[in-house]
Design a protein around this ligand. Structure first.
Ligand code: GAL
Length: 767
């Protein structure tokens, strides 16, 4: 029987540093949150471990599985080189001898030109080290090498079991289980290394986005009555297909709304254990309500993908690379190897619906891409392929034309981009570098960022050809000096690097119906805007309607109707009336005149004195009919809209859903700012490796709004079985995140202090 043991302690050394004991996942270098240096981790290192491997029975075999080592790993057993793996994103397995074995892994963290994604500039960092888990596997001489499950919406189950060899074993048993209950058991004779089993599970539930039913398939390998090996995998019954009129899951059209994800985190780079990988999937599905994620631009953590399966979040997974095809045969061979390793690792995930088998945004290359496509189809006949390009009329060797559309048009017509008018069509990136936005940029900038995402999603939703739009990107990410804002950061996320939301996140979040969302695109501080002009005011909400009050007087009930966003489930609400009936009541105007003047005043808050002609005409009418001078007009503006220098008006929004008030937002004077903290997980289960928990710290005013221009240092102390991951961040734009690493089990306490905004504390339990 197999035993799999997680190997977490390794001795780590590199030139200039003494050997130290480290825990896996491990990164070569701890990195600052910006102004980081990609050379800091590009060196050679050695990870060392001694194993005493006494076989439990004759012929027992030992393997080491490395889930991910960046970027090149030479594995030695007792000083003999036994394996060399190149590429940081796919797993590899090495057979090792038994007895006393000194395992040494020489890691090269450099950007080696013959290994994808290197050999040209790339817009992301790859970090370095043994950054994913390492396992020791003990198995009998014949063991289960692989299980490939194909399970369709017609409930047909095809299983292909690959054994290490076809000798000395009598049969296999295949058990289909749901939540620990066996629902089908099938026995099969073994004649060959590959054993096929087919059945129909009539009672199976489909894997759907709302109810992602998962099953477990357990394979038992038996010699007579003796159990020789057991292996298992999860899977789901579903059909996924991109057609010329969109994406179908189980024969139902699903418009795909998603975001691209990198796999890095502040401080530790890519070396983040299970929990926060899981958290990213939860943010995408449960907080932003998107239904697809693209693992740009490489295969990502198994923990992330497992959670996508559990949550019903579709995945577009792709091979490592960025814009260039490297020189030489080695590079191309490694690209084919990446296709193979990615698909063999991940083809049982129901969440994965398309393989990206072209180097992201690379030129056409029939010679290479005919091979990547053929290989993908051979290894997985069930899934379509895509190949992300950024130019029109590129050669289509894949099943789906996946296109990065940065036209901001808001999207180009597929007719103009893809020659094959019947080819399925997916927008794999948009927005990104077209509008970099920091969480603490000025309000108008944050609003424009949000509106661009909203316009593109709307355009995609109304198209009969575009299957979906996957925005660039989920969170801000560190990059090489050739990109970013000069601090080696690309501020392209709808979340910041700490996964703290920008306004654009609410465009996505407001399209779902599980959690009430209501974010307002302004704080009504006119001094924030050039010339004191507030500009258009939008509310991003999934509420049925919003009541808007000014100093407790109801101005208007706003419903989400917007001619520009007809295809959105919950269009942003334009607040185009800050006056209500005040002109009739306060100035004695007739309803007709009040309405006319109101339109002019509201237009002035967007255009200033430079009003479009239609408003100038309205103003002329007001002047003639009502005798309002320009000066009086300005006074009316100041009194009813601008409030320049007046007592601070209090603006309140109440959001209603199903008749109940579910959200409120109030904007007035900013008083009593205080520090509040929220921990991601109040209970942290530790399975194999250590875990990291995130604490988000924010400065809120007494109305509960984040103060986007609050900056201060933080002091953090921890109690219990945890330690801080790297130096503590400062508060930037009213927020920060603190990362703590478990060192044992029990209760943990984190106390956070800012000299300006006070102290707060969070607790959690590690089990
Ligand atoms: C795309 C590229 C992404 C990222 C993005 C920035 O061209 O595929 O990796 O660089 O631009 O908007």
């Amino acid at each position: 029987m197999r035993i799999v043991e997680f190997l977490d302690d390794w001795y780590f050394s590199c030139v200039g540093h003494n050997e130290e004991l480290v825990k896996i996942p491990h990164t070569h270098a701890h990195m600052p949150s910006n102004y980081l240096d990609e050379l800091a981790y590009q060196f050679k290192s050695v990870y060392r471990k001694h194993l005493s491997l006494a076989p439990r029975f004759k012929g027992e075999r030992f393997f080491l599985t490395f889930d991910g080592v960046a970027n090149s790993a030479k594995v030695y057993a007792n000083d003999e080189l036994i394996f060399h793996h190149e590429g940081g994103y796919t797993p590899f397995e090495v057979e090792i001898p038994c007895g006393e074995v000194e395992i040494k892994v020489e890691v090269d963290g450099s950007e080696l030109a013959h290994i994808p994604p290197f050999g040209g500039v790339i817009d992301y960092l790859t970090y370095a080290g043994m950054y994913r888990e390492v396992y020791l596997k003990r198995v009998s001489p014949v063991y289960i090498e692989d299980i490939f499950v194909r399970a369709s919406a017609s409930k047909v189950l095809d299983v292909e079991v690959t054994l290490s060899s076809a000798t000395s074993v009598d049969k296999i048993e295949v058990l289909v289980c749901h939540e620990l209950q066996v629902i089908r058991a099938i026995a099969a004779e073994v004649f060959d290394k590959k054993v096929q089993v087919n059945t129909i599970i009539e009672q199976a539930h489909l894997w759907e986005l709302e109810h992602p039913y998962l099953y477990t398939l357990e394979v038992r390998l038996k010699k007579g009555e003796d159990l020789v090996d057991i292996a298992s995998t999860t899977f789901g019954f579903r059909d996924a297909q991109f057609r010329s009129d969109g994406f179908y899951l189980n024969d139902k059209l699903v418009k795909l709304v998603g975001l691209n994800r990198h796999q890095c985190y502040p401080g530790v780079g890519d070396a983040m254990p299970r929990l926060l990988q899981v958290r990213d999937a939860e943010i995408l599905k449960q907080e932003l309500g998107v239904n697809i994620v693209r693992t740009s631009h490489y295969p990502q953590s198994k923990h992330f993908l497992n959670r996508c399966d559990e949550l019903g979040l579709l995945v577009f997974e792709e091979i490592p690379g960025w814009q260039h095809i490297g020189e030489g045969e080695a590079w191309r061979n490694l690209t084919l190897q990446n296709v193979r390793d990615m698909i063999l690792r991940d083809r049982n995930h129901p969440s994965i619906v398309i393989w990206g088998v072209r180097i992201n945004e690379s030129p056409d290359c029939e010679e290479l891409y005919a091979k990547t496509n053929a290989l993908a189809h051979e290894l997985d006949p069930t899934r379509q392929t895509g190949g992300v390009r950024n130019f029109a009329k590129s050669q289509l060797l894949e099943d789906v034309y996946t296109f990065n559309d940065f036209s901001n048009a808001p999207l180009l017509s597929p007719k103009k981009v893809c020659q094959d008018l019947k080819a399925p069509y997916l927008v794999s990136e948009h927005t990104g570098h077209m509008y970099p936005t920091k969480r603490y940029d000025d309000e108008a900038h944050r609003l424009e960022h949000a509106m661009r995402h909203a316009k593109i999603i709307n355009r995609m939703m109304e198209s009969k050809r575009i299957s979906g739009a996957i925005g660039w990107c989920l969170f801000d990410y560190p990059t090489h000096g050739d990109f970013g804002s000069g601090d080696q950061m690309c501020y392209h996320g709808v979340l910041d690097f700490n996964r703290i939301p920008k306004l654009a996140a609410s465009v996505y979040a407001s399209q779902q119906d599980e959690i009430p969302v209501m974010e307002v695109g302004t704080s009504f501080d006119i001094g924030e805007h050039p010339g004191g002009l507030l500009g258009p005011i939008y509310v991003f909400t999934n509420c049925d309607y919003v009541n808007f009050y000014k100093n407790d007087v109801l101005i208007k009930v706003f419903h989400p109707k917007h001619s520009e966003f007809k295809a959105l489930r919950h269009p942003p609400i334009l607040i185009d009336d800050l006056i209500g009936e005040a002109l009739e009541i306060g100035e004695g105007m007739s309803k007709w005149d009040a309405n006319n003047v109101k339109k002019v005043l509201m237009a002035s808050s967007v255009h200033g004195m430079d009003l479009p002609l239609r408003y100038k005409l309205r103003m002329a009418v007001a002047i003639l009919r009502y005798g309002i001078s320009i000066e009086e007009g300005i006074n009316l503006y100041a009194k009813y809209v601008g409030n320049w220098g007046g007592t601070r008006t209090v603006y309140r929004f109440e959001g209603y859903k199903g008749g109940a008030m579910v959200k409120t937002k109030t904007f007035g004077n900013v008083r009593n700012p205080k520090l509040v903290a929220k921990v991601d997980y109040e209970v942290v289960p530790v399975y194999e490796t250590y875990e990291v928990n995130r604490i988000v710290v924010q400065v809120l005013c007494e109305n509960g709004n984040v103060l986007p221009y609050a900056f201060d240092n933080l002091e953090v102390s921890v109690l219990g079985p945890i330690e801080l991951v790297g130096p503590v961040q400062s508060l930037v734009g009213g927020a920060a995140a603190i990362y703590v690493k478990t060192t044992g089990k029990g209760n943990a306490d984190v106390i956070i202090k800012s000299s300006q905004f006070g102290t707060c504390e969070v607790e959690f339990t590690i089990i």
